[in-house]
Design a protein around this ligand. Structure first.
Ligand SMILES: [Zn+2]
Length: 446
């Protein structure tokens, strides 16, 4: 809708009306009696392991039985999930039609994976899947203490303001949702102050954001030695990886807890952080297997997330390899009291990496900007083996030659001395069409 001519040419008050109407229809479709009932049921799992266990085993049995009965790809397997093969994106892409249930009824929604690695995958979902997803979001909001009438800010890559528009305001309103939507595509330094003021003036009580967007605002506050002046209940982040350092920075500068959500369009796993900062695997969302995948640099166990979705009988994926890694935790119980298993952290998507001068892939790049003053955003681009561009958005009064050399030295320490680094100052980072900012873009094979 946002890319349509009608929307782009409309005055702002009509744009507000159009996006409010769209939100109203979506809300009506997703938030019904069934999502309310499921939300309550999900909340009842939080502290009750018996109830959770029963729900999991009942749901898994249903998924496997239905798959054997109606999905061509799964016809030859038995009741035991361990007899099903691991599959991945490429395998599903090769056998697209074999995963589709013939019993197509009601509304079908299609969505695609981002496709930063490999060919994107299109997955049809039935309405039951959309409603279930809403119930899990509702529970997350419940964890975050956000009520349905609270005023929210939405900073998640909707192109609500045409990208070539240079003058503000860079936000619009969705009246039925009590929401101010802010553009992720206009986060240039000169605009950041107006973003913070707009949220404060609207009386925002919670923010839902992409990590890269909200971190830019938090860094801006840090550079100016300031704090967000409004009173927030919480911030909910998702759709990109969020480092521990960035999470702490957002919490400090916005004076509230960040609840981070990991999910993927294949809907085979969801992991949510609680008010004590622990990441919980939501074992009522899907059946998750953690398969050992080596050690981290500091010697801790790493595992790949392999998941079986519970809520899309139209296109069930069983034992799907996500390619995403988690670092395991030794903690068994969380101070929050919720019973979902704990992991230490989610590592960046395997797709985002650079290649060091020893030929190794380097995935964790969070430490490179550490200790550099005046940096608002950073992105690494490697087109040649021994050359890396560091794109930065900076506060020019703080980012001087000394800071430039700290940044380059940090990069050399991580990636190798023989690599040539070139710092490129930009007004804002280039974003994907979804408004995300990738941490690293590497276009060479190693
Ligand atoms: Zn917890």
């Amino acid at each position: 809708m946002f890319s349509s001519r009608l929307y782009k040419l409309s005055p702002i008050f009509i744009q507000n009306f159009l996006l409010s109407s769209r939100a109203f229809i979506r809300k009506k479709l997703r938030e019904n009696k069934e999502s309310e009932r499921l939300t309550k049921e999900l909340i009842s799992h939080d502290y009750n392991s018996e109830v959770l266990k029963q729900y999991q085993s009942k749901t898994l049995t249903t998924v496997l039985t239905e798959a054997q009965n109606s999905i061509a790809f799964y016809r030859r397997f038995t009741d035991d999930i361990n007899t099903f093969p691991y599959i991945d994106k490429a395998e599903v892409n090769r056998n697209k039609s074999k995963f589709l249930s013939p019993s197509k009824s009601g509304v079908v929604v299609k969505g695609s994976t981002s496709g930063t690695t490999g060919a994107p995958l299109t997955i049809p979902q039935n309405m039951q899947s959309v409603v279930a997803e809403q119930a899990f979001i509702n529970r997350m909001m419940h964890w975050a203490g956000v009520g349905s009438n609270d005023k929210r800010a939405w900073l998640r890559g909707d192109m609500i303001v045409p990208q070539d528009q240079k003058e503000g305001p860079f936000w619009r309103y969705s009246y039925f949702e009590n929401m101010i939507l802010l553009s992720s595509f206009h986060l240039a330094q000169k605009n950041l102050d107006s973003y913070l003021t707009a949220m404060q003036n609207y009386g925002v009580q919670a923010i839902q954001a992409y990590p890269s967007s909200i971190v830019t605002l938090a860094k801006y506050l840090e550079v100016n030695d300031a704090y967000y002046p409004g009173d927030l209940k919480s911030i909910i982040t998702s759709s990109e990886s969020l480092s521990k350092e960035d999470k702490l920075l957002i919490e400090k500068r916005f004076k509230c807890t960040v609840f981070d959500w990991y999910g993927l369009f294949e809907r085979v796993a969801a992991i949510a952080s609680c008010e004590h900062g622990r990441y919980h695997i939501l074992t009522d969302y899907s059946y998750v297997e953690l398969v050992p995948a080596g050690k981290t640099e500091d010697g801790r166990d790493r595992a790949e997330i392999i998941g079986t979705n519970f809520n899309n009988s139209l296109y069930p994926l069983i034992r799907y390899k996500t390619g995403d890694h988690v670092v395991l935790s030794e903690e068994v119980t969380c101070p929050c009291g919720r019973i979902f298993p704990i992991i230490d952290s989610i590592e960046g998507r395997v797709g985002d990496y650079l290649i060091g001068d020893d030929g190794q892939k380097v995935h964790i790049l969070n430490h490179i900007p550490k200790g550099v003053s005046g940096l608002l955003a950073t992105q690494f681009v490697q087109k040649e083996k021994n050359k890396i561009d560091i794109r930065v958005v900076v506060d020019q009064s703080k980012f001087d030659n000394k800071q430039r050399s700290i940044l380059i030295n940090n990069a050399k320490a991580k990636l190798g001395n023989s690599i040539e680094f070139n710092i490129e100052e930009l007004e804002e980072l280039p974003r994907t069409k979804n408004g995300k900012a990738r941490q690293a873009i590497c276009s060479i094979e190693n």
